[in-house]
Design a protein around this ligand. Structure first.
Ligand SMILES: [Zn+2]
Ligand SMILES: [Zn+2]
Length: 238
């Protein structure tokens, strides 16, 4: 299965062909028929689901209670829901989604995340904002596409106007935690009051949580009463 999937990825499947494969064949092994999420039962079960006991606040492994790190210095977000750990083959799927060769994955991730979260628990859904220059470069905001699917039946909950990213920061990847925090500080502005709102932030991957924390801080400063991170994948320390 894995070899075929890798071949498929490296061969660069076109979006149109990908559409056809998605409808007919499992997205990963292409030998069996794809189900609701475009994956066969075996590949679906084989994904790195984040089901281990975890801290409800930050999503890292714990005994299921709030972890020591969150107790010691509580993050600005109140809860984290993550579908997967950022491991194979999810990591490769995510790279293909973000860099545009597997755009349909946004739809699949959105549907999967909808099943894991409860939209009734929040008033607003906000996707991790992208700086306009970055958006121009990439052509789409991968988090916003997922947020659109999650709010498909409640589009009034999708808020893409209240928060902007004002600082063009170098990519966070490869930076140590302290530098990530410094890099992202002051990156967001909230232009609307969010008094008493319960908000879910949507993002693709939560690594150290520095960006999500900075955004949560901005939302709280604008009046939000509760902020949750809804992410496709959580990077767990090795
Ligand atoms: Zn399969
Ligand atoms: Zn924690």
């Amino acid at each position: 299965m894995r070899l075929k999937f890798k071949q498929l990825l490296h061969n660069g499947v076109s979006a149109k062909l990908f559409d056809r494969l998605l409808k007919q064949r499992c997205l990963l092994c292409t030998t069996d028929e794809g189900g609701e999420f475009g994956l066969c039962d075996a590949c679906y079960k084989d994904l790195p689901w984040h089901t281990a006991p975890q801290c409800p606040q930050c999503g890292l492994s714990s005994n299921g209670l709030v972890c020591g790190s969150c107790l010691h210095s509580p993050p600005d977000f109140d809860a984290t829901h993550s579908l997967f750990t950022y491991d194979f083959p999810l990591d490769v799927m995510m790279q293909r989604y973000k860099y545009g060769s597997m755009l349909n994955l946004g739809h699949i991730f959105g549907k999967m995340l909808s099943n894991k979260t409860n939209l009734a628990n929040v008033d607003l859904v906000i996707a991790m904002p992208m700086h306009p220059a970055r958006l121009k470069e990439r052509g789409f905001n991968q988090a916003l596409e997922i947020a659109k699917i999650i709010t498909n039946n409640n589009p009034e909950k999708l808020d893409y106007l209240s928060v902007q990213r004002q600082k063009l920061t170098p990519p966070q990847a490869n930076l140590p935690l302290k530098e990530r925090v410094r890099n992202i500080k002051g990156a967001f502005t909230a232009s609307n009051h969010l008094n008493g709102k319960r908000i879910a932030i949507i993002d693709d991957v939560m690594t150290t949580g520095a960006s999500l924390n900075e955004l949560a801080k901005t939302l709280k400063q604008a009046g939000a009463s509760h902020v949750e991170c809804w992410v496709v994948a959580r990077t767990l320390p090795k």
